[in-house]
Design a protein around this ligand. Structure first.
Ligand code: MV4
Length: 672
């Protein structure tokens, strides 16, 4: 086995690989950029090597820097993880040239699968089912239109050099083909520098079912069954599971055999994933092959009991696979939920911030947490916004789903917006519970999954008041103890007033809405007059140092966690959370303005589409411009009903964070 392993990645996957290396007694070298100097993966590894500036192109994508770190550390092998250089054929080749083992497939296999057209051609020749269509041998527009007629509408246009949905266009009728082709070509050229397309018959409600394959250097190829990854938001997987609902043993065998045939067709070695589209009638079609370890590999590990990173290391060291196909079994069911720092209130744009509070459920036989960050660390915008993966297992799907729901309720995050509520909403959804999943699940159930964030409930408001009041009391008590005159009335926090009831107004900002609570001080607690409530609520409680609050609200005992980050409070209670900002009464003088007329770039990026027409009235939420940042597209939307009055950038231009993109006149706003 290797005397030392360098991990050319960061975050949760780097931590995960270190854990296996440690278990196998292999010294691990972490690499880090300026942004990751104190990161968890560096602390966990045996060595850390700086490789460059925060921007990935200067560090984790910097082939020379990574190889220099490998050579300087004496690493015999490099594990690329996923993303970054993991499917970069030039990097794999450079490792070979420098005598460093690349933990992954042969360079030719990476190259072959990198081009969707070539990959599809190879698979078709290998007898792997592919979607009927045209490989676009002739890219002439009229020729492609004729191919589309032969396929029959609806037709899907796909970027030959693409993946993940970029450059895809569904065309319902012949009359729309020419424009859709032009649009797809523009996006493909912009995203991949290659505007070639291929055409396929469009499957209306497919599922994304992928097969984990593994091949060694002795001719053995096995599959480790399937994963269903249909629940995706804008081509980003959010919850995956294994085995796939509704896949019976016969279908599993057919898909597994097709995946093994696909791997053999390209002389595969190592861990790979063959992605299929599974149609309602149980027909399945090759979509693409990923020549890396996938993010979602843990669900396969949980149902098979094998460590796929250990298998990767052993195969790369020339060992035979630890077991054959007949030795592999499915035991139980597993789910993975991906916790991302994304802001649901901003169309799931990547969110940045300090994780002032981060708690996970206890790990064990049923719960595994693959995290890349710790409480107190900052999530930036340089990299994929993954915080952690929550993986659960149990004997069958229903039991595993109960574990998932419970585990999600045990996740607590404050200080940065996350997709936690969406994960819980999907896990709780009846359609998900019945296994009725397909690639349009999120779209079909959007009304249930993205409820408008309403105002804080009376309970959450009361808990926020208690948190503020108890904290003030402890701060003042501490100050009194430290002062020369501990008994001074100035140290009292009982709201005492001359000739008046002891009371005080607490003001919060709740999603842009000011909320006042009248607090009456009473022996041993408070009476709270909440907006819209009939009668006051009697509240008391205690808060411990970890931010846990044990409250008594009108006689009901409620435990909650209160995470405070500056003036922002996040109340976490019963699996739900709500953010409120404490407003200093003096600050209310300058009333907050409503939606502004200036739309600025939330992060550095490139303008890839402009749909705003100056002078055209638009509704709140309408997409006006699309930016591309960190390989993802981010929509700039109308903050209110109004009119775009000016567009300051053109497609293709780079914008800095904070740059004013458009001028916008809010309806009824005199400023215009
Ligand atoms: C398709 C399809 C329907 N019909 N191909 C999306 C990105 C790339 N992985 C291929 N994708 C699709 N190809 C045909 N002929 C629907 C999708 C698709 C999809 C596939 C898997 C997971 C999520 C998806 C979301 C939207 C569309």
């Amino acid at each position: 086995m290797f005397p030392k392993l360098l991990i050319a990645n960061r975050g949760e996957i780097a931590c995960r690989i270190v854990r296996t290396a440690r278990r196998l007694g292999i010294p691990a070298v972490a690499v880090f950029s300026d942004a990751d100097a104190g990161a968890l993966h560096v602390d966990m590894a045996d060595e850390g090597r700086w490789i460059g500036a925060a921007d990935a192109v200067d560090s984790y994508l910097n082939v020379e820097a990574v190889l220099a770190a490998a050579e300087a550390s004496g690493a015999a092998a490099v594990h690329p993880g996923y993303g970054f250089l993991s499917e970069n054929a030039a990097f794999a080749a450079a490792c070979q040239d420098r005598g460093i083992v690349f933990i992954g497939p042969p360079v030719e296999a990476i190259r072959a699968m990198g081009d969707k057209t070539a990959a599809k051609r190879i698979m078709a020749e290998a007898g792997v089912p592919t979607v009927p269509g045209s490989l676009g041998e002739d890219q002439d527009a009229d020729r492609l239109a004729a191919d589309a007629d032969d396929i029959g509408y609806p037709v899907l246009i796909k970027a030959a050099a693409g993946g993940g949905g970029r450059g895809m266009r569904v065309v319902e009728r012949a009359g729309d083909f020419a424009e859709a082709l032009a649009s797809a070509r523009r996006e493909a050229a912009s995203a991949f520098g290659d505007d070639r397309v291929l055409l396929e018959r469009y499957l209306a409600r497919p599922r994304h079912v992928e097969i984990q394959v593994f091949a060694d250097t002795h001719g053995t190829v096995v599959h480790l069954f399937e994963r269903d990854c249909s629940v995706q938001r804008r081509h980003q997987k959010i919850i995956e599971e294994a085995p796939a609902p509704g896949v019976d043993a016969a279908l599993r065998r057919r898909m597994g055999e097709a995946a093994v045939a696909a791997a053999r067709a390209i002389g595969y070695v190592g861990a790979g994933t063959v992605e299929f589209l599974l149609d309602d009638d149980k027909s399945f079609y090759f979509m693409e092959m990923n020549t890396r370890l996938q993010v979602e590999h843990p669900v396969t590990e949980m149902i098979t009991g094998h460590d796929l990173v250990e298998w990767q290391l052993r195969v790369a060291a020339g060992e035979a696979l630890p077991c054959g196909q007949d030795d592999l079994r499915i035991d139980g069911h597993a789910f993975e939920a991906r916790l991302y720092a994304e802001d649901p209130a901003r169309d799931f744009l990547p969110a940045a911030g300090m994780l002032s509070h981060l708690r996970f459920p206890a790990e064990g036989a049923h719960v595994r947490i693959d995290a890349g960050v710790r409480q107190g660390e900052t999530v930036g915008i340089h990299y994929d916004p993954m915080i952690a993966k929550l993986i659960v297992w149990d004997g069958d799907r229903d039991a595993a789903l109960r574990r998932l729901r419970t585990a999600l309720a045990g996740v607590q995050v404050a200080g940065v917006a996350t997709n936690l509520d969406l994960l819980a909403a999907v896990a709780d959804h009846p359609a998900f519970g019945s296994g009725d999943v397909d690639t349009r699940f999120i779209e079909r159930h959007a009304a249930d999954l993205f409820p408008e964030t309403g105002p804080a409930s009376g309970q959450f408001l009361a808990l926020a008041c208690l948190a503020v009041l108890l904290r003030r009391a402890s701060e003042v008590a501490a100050a009194a103890r430290a002062s020369a005159d501990p008994w001074s009335p100035w140290h009292s926090t009982d709201g005492w007033r001359l000739n008046d009831d002891n009371h005080h107004v607490l003001t919060f900002d709740d999603g842009g809405r000011p909320v006042d609570v009248l607090v009456h001080y009473r022996r041993g607690g408070f009476q709270l007059e909440l907006p819209g409530a009939d009668g006051a609520l009697v509240a008391g409680g205690e808060m411990d140092g970890a931010g846990d609050l044990v409250a008594d609200l009108d006689g009901s005992r409620i435990t909650a966690t209160v995470a405070r980050h500056g003036d922002e409070l996040t109340i976490l209670c019963g699996g739900a959370s709500h953010r409120l900002t404490v407003v200093d009464p003096a600050a209310r003088a300058g009333e907050q303005e409503g939606p502004t007329g200036h739309l600025t770039a939330p992060m550095p990026g490139k303008v890839v589409a402009i749909t705003a027409e100056p002078g055209t009235a638009v509704d709140r939420g309408t997409t006006l411009m699309v930016l591309e940042a960190m390989k993802m597209e981010h929509a700039v939307t109308a903050p209110a009903d109004g009119t775009v009055t000016a567009v300051h950038y053109a497609v293709g231009e780079q914008v800095e964070e904070g740059a004013e993109l458009l001028a916008f006149s809010v309806d009824g706003d005199a400023a215009g």
